[in-house]
Write a protein that binds this ligand. Structure first.
Ligand SMILES: Cc1cc2nc3c(=O)[nH]c(=O)nc-3n(C[C@H](O)[C@H](O)[C@H](O)COP(=O)(O)OP(=O)(O)OC[C@H]3O[C@@H](n4cnc5c(N)ncnc54)[C@H](O)[C@@H]3O)c2cc1C
Length: 377
């Protein structure tokens, strides 16, 4: 079932699908095995206008809104979720605060080069003592003359080891809690800034880093929007990011289904393809149904967002639902593949390792549940 896309969106879907199969698929194994992010993809996609398809064309984007971002993320994630995760952060999370609240100078210096793939961005919110409770961050930014002096740590930061700048949450007044947080752009060459690679269960081709700030001096001009509005800006960025995260889950779920269907047609036991056993065919039927339900919800929410709705409950709903669908689908795939799925060279073992992350990033499933319930309470 094809979700109703307009002509421009359909053409974009076709183009990005071809790009993913031609340019991404051949480098997945090497990137995953060597645990390295293929950074060249940022500029390749940027030159074509595919990297940040949601932003307006005047900044180098595709002018295709959140639906366009989701199409890009879904198609790349169908090939590799690890690679999609870095592109997804670039296409929204890390650039959104600059787009929404940045000065024209910040847009010229950071947003446009990010959209074109000339600069890589990261979103620095999570810390060792502040995960779900993001308001508890301990990184500080103290004013000194024309600078902020930044001290603290961030962990699990996607694109952390390859970024040119970080869109960073730091407290300019810790006594105010979340109301004392500001969003500041920190460039990678800032003295006192260091990055360490974090190794992971899955998403090996994503460049995940632990960031340390030791008396990093950043110009006051790098403050995004107003001081002490940063927590609001970061949460605001998380909303569309949850929609595109849902597209990532969906892309992986679709890839898993496609692989499982092929395997069920090819693998013969008891003199017939295993897909002919009702136990296997019913699994595939349920996988396909869940994926279609997730796709319908996702693109409805993306379209709502493009119509100017905040989607405060709908964005976490689609994030939560797609994550659970992806996790269910990979579990079923492992049963369909059985022993063959457990081998290192099997495609589904990567999907299995990657999917389990979806209940954590962009807020855990439990945090989505909290946010959804609060919208009704
Ligand atoms: C690979 C990867 C990439 C990431 N990329 C980024 C990034 O680019 N930028 C960034 O800033 N962060 C990033 N993160 C961090 C991610 O957003 C956090 O891991 C996530 O928010 C959860 O925080 P935590 O891991 O500290 O879990 P915790 O907050 O310690 O949660 C542990 C458990 O307690 C539950 N819990 C906590 N509070 C509540 C509550 N109030 N009610 C019910 N249950 C609760 C959680 O749901 C979870 O089950 C990334 C993480 C990973 C693993």
């Amino acid at each position: 079932m094809e979700f109703e896309l307009n002509e421009e969106q359909k053409m974009f879907k076709e183009s990005i699908k071809n790009f993913a199969e031609r340019e991404v698929a051949p480098i997945v194994d090497e990137s995953e095995n060597e645990e390295s992010c293929p950074v060249g993809l940022f500029s390749k996609l940027g030159k074509l206008g595919y990297l940040c398809p949601g932003y307006p064309t005047e900044y180098g984007g595709g002018g295709l809104g959140e639906v366009g971002t989701c199409i890009m993320v879904e198609e790349i994630a169908r090939i590799c979720s690890g690679i999609a995760s870095g592109l997804m952060v670039q296409s929204g999370l890390a650039t959104f605060p600059i787009w929404a609240h940045g000065s024209e100078e910040q847009k010229r210096k950071f947003l446009t080069p990010a959209i074109k793939g000339e600069k890589i961005s990261a979103f620095g919110l999570t810390e060792p003592n502040a995960g779900s409770d993001a308001a508890a961050i301990e990184t500080t930014a103290k004013r000194e003359g024309n600078n902020y002096v930044i001290n603290g740590n961030k962990i699990y930061i996607t694109n952390g080891t390859i970024c040119d700048f970080v869109t960073l949450a730091a407290s300019t007044d810790r006594s105010k809690g979340s109301r004392g947080i500001s969003t500041i752009i920190l460039e990678k060459d800032t003295p006192g800034f260091s990055v360490a690679k974090m190794r992971k269960l899955g998403h090996h081709s994503a460049a995940t880093g632990e960031l340390a700030f030791d008396n990093c001096r950043v110009p006051l001009d790098n403050l995004i929007g107003e001081e002490e509005k940063g927590f609001k800006y970061m949460l605001e960025a998380l909303n569309p990011a949850r929609i595109s995260h849902s597209a990532r889950s969906l892309g992986l779920a679709q890839a898993t289904f496609d692989a499982s269907l092929n395997y069920a047609k090819e693998r013969v036991q008891f003199s017939q393809p295993i897909g002919k056993f009702q136990a296997i065919s019913f699994k595939l039927a349920r996988m396909a149904t869940a994926i279609e339900a997730a796709r319908s919800l996702l693109y409805r929410v993306a379209r709502l967002f493009d119509q100017g709705e905040e989607c405060r409950k709908e964005a976490p709903m689609t994030k939560l639902f797609s994550a659970e669908v992806a996790i269910r689908v990979v579990e079923e795939a492992m049963r369909i593949y059985a022993g063959a799925g457990y081998l290192a060279e099997s495609p589904v073992q990567r999907y299995f390792r990657d999917a389990i992350l979806y209940c954590t990033t962009e807020g855990t499933t439990e945090i989505q549940e909290l946010v959804i319930y609060r919208a009704f309470a």
